[in-house]
Ligand binder design. Structure first.
Ligand SMILES: [Zn+2]
Length: 290
């Protein structure tokens, strides 16, 4: 069963591509000793041994007027070396999306919170040897700063991650431009009634989160300004893939202060288990109440 949340008249559905019960070295400083001091993380977000769990999923947002897919995961059949655990997947993502009632042609908008490989993969699919947009009637919104960074990677750069991102752009973003479906934006941006992109920079320069509002209720889809609920406990815990570590930490502190002790549902783009909850103050830190 797909997890679902109701925000006023809007429904948000989680379509899981793959779950990593123990994601290797996600946050190097979050050792099992550190994790074990944060008891509320158990059992949903960490293993009994104190390893961090990660989920890769899309969040389908159905408002009364439009259907949106927020982030399109990794995709099948991609070489994403040096990330072996994300390479050459063969999942039932697309079938699962259809079974949930959201065939690709029913989608009006695809929102890419940023352009990393695990957020744009199903932007396209392979048809007769060619990468073509999976969602043929959608506008694909992505921030201009991320397009500038990841659309111009030097093919001779020695950085293996950036080389992989160059291939990702070529097979998962460029075909969307070629089909005329890309809509570069500069956050903040109104997507449609009740859905906004809000800048949460640091992980990437153009990173945006998604704010949903309906009938006085609200939800925030994080994207990757954070990767794991342990960062509510300590916003200073960072992953190595943040483009600007200090900006990412500042974004976490700002967003947590804004939403703590409010009724806004926080939906994590990589949170495992229940995936969503309310943010509450917990002494000097924060905790996700699920
Ligand atoms: Zn990610």
């Amino acid at each position: 069963m797909n997890l679902k949340w109701k925000v006023g008249d809007t429904t948000i559905t989680k379509i899981t591509e793959i779950t990593y019960p123990e994601f290797p070295d996600l946050i190097p400083a979050a050792t099992p000793e550190v994790v074990k001091k944060v008891q509320w993380l158990f059992p949903h977000f960490v293993t009994p041994e104190g390893k961090l769990s990660v989920s890769i999923h899309s969040l389908v947002v159905a408002t009364p007027g439009a259907k949106l897919v927020v982030d399109t995961c990794i995709g099948n059949g991609r070489n994403r070396e040096p990330l072996a655990i994300m390479s050459n997947l063969s999942t039932s993502y697309l079938e699962d999306l259809i079974a949930a009632g959201y065939p690709p042609e029913s989608i009006h908008y695809v929102l890419c919170t940023h352009l990393h490989l695990d957020h744009v993969g199903w932007n396209t699919r392979l048809v007769n040897g060619k990468w073509v947009p999976t969602f043929p009637k959608a506008s694909y919104l992505m921030d201009k700063k991320d397009i500038a960074l990841y659309g111009s990677i030097d093919e001779h750069t020695p950085d293996a991650f950036m080389q992989m991102q160059r291939r990702t752009f070529a097979d998962s973003v460029q075909p969307v431009f070629d089909a005329g479906l890309a809509k570069p934006v500069e956050g903040p941006a109104e997507v449609c009634d009740g859905v906004r992109l809000v800048p949460t920079p640091g992980h990437t320069p153009g990173h945006c989160s998604v704010l949903i509002a309906s009938k006085g209720e609200k939800a925030l889809i994080t994207g990757d300004f954070m990767h794991h609920p342990i960062q509510f406990h300590d916003p200073g815990l960072s992953i190595s893939a943040d483009v600007d570590t200090n900006a990412a930490i500042a974004t976490r502190r700002r967003v947590f202060a804004e939403y703590a002790d409010t009724p806004t549902l926080i939906i994590g783009t990589h949170f495992a288990g229940p995936t969503a909850g309310k943010l509450v103050r917990d002494g000097d830190a924060y905790r996700l109440h699920v």
